[in-house]
Design a binder for this molecule. Sequence first.
Ligand code: APR
Length: 317
Amino acid sequence: MARKKIALIGAGNIGGTLAHLIGLKELGDVVMFDVFGGVAAGKALDLAQSSPVDDFDCAYSGGSDYAAIAGSDVVIVTAGFPRMAGMSRDDLLTKNAEVIGQVADGIRTHAPNAFVIVITNPLDVMVAVMQEKSGLPANMVVGMAGVLDSARFRLFLAREFDVSVEDVTAFVLGGHGDTMVPLTRYSTVAGVPVPDLIKMGWTTQDKIDAIVKRTANGGGEIVKLLERGSAFYAPAAAAVAMAESFLKDKKRVLPCAVKLNGEYGQSDFYVGVPVVIGAGGAERVLEVAFTPEEKAAFDASCDAVKKLLADFRAIGA
Ligand code: APR
């Protein structure tokens, strides 16, 4: 069986980390694309030279010709400008929409059958622009945000409870950013929901509230520390989990930005919800019943995403 082919559009911090993880996991061969072709080619060669040390087989190539992505099974898009200190994700809107438009053209022309994972921020709008401009079916275009947000939530919960991250599950929905909605009722330690753990005296509501806040601001905390650029290890790991579920038809239930079609009472825009990722792309949205408070929080998050999309359309970019 021929190896799978994974194209990475954007060979910056996240792109390089994606390429490394994909090689180490032997998910397939990697083609890196960047407007700066030398960066893509240089990283590809450097990574290839690590493969004999770590004993993995992965053909790496890099450049600035979209023709090289032809036949890709998966395309992961990080092309664009990262957030700098003092910028919100939304500040990146017009600059990155232009980039996504170019990338969508390249994908439509050369890899129209690929499963496309968008990482570029502001995520919920960029993934919508990608789907519209590429014309790919909505189930084959998803955004990476929820896996990252829930990983942050899981880490902070695991530290609070002093247990393994492996035994902590988290459930987050909504837009990527301040309005993200973590559902503590469905977040657990070994199946025990967080509200029960509060009752058991393992933690307090105040501490959970602080963790929720830190999670929603997780990207900003890193931007501030790095001073130049934004998070890349965890975003790359999150996108690789999504790609792997597609490539191996694992049907993992992962929170991803998908185009809603009546689920959760919302339609025609992208926002984060739990979804089954398998060989059919985004196969099925997991729709849970909300309490009135959860519904209000989710609807507010959807409103924030819809407003940003409307603002973007209004400037006609
Ligand atoms: N086509 C292809 N590549 C492009 C284009 C374009 N039109 N414009 C910029 N790039 C490339 C840059 O040359 C750079 O190598 O995208 C890459 C982005 O890499 P970084 O600046 O290192 O950014 P990174 O940290 O990887 O984040 C990328 O993901 O999380 C989001 O907010 C983040 O939108 C940002 C994106």
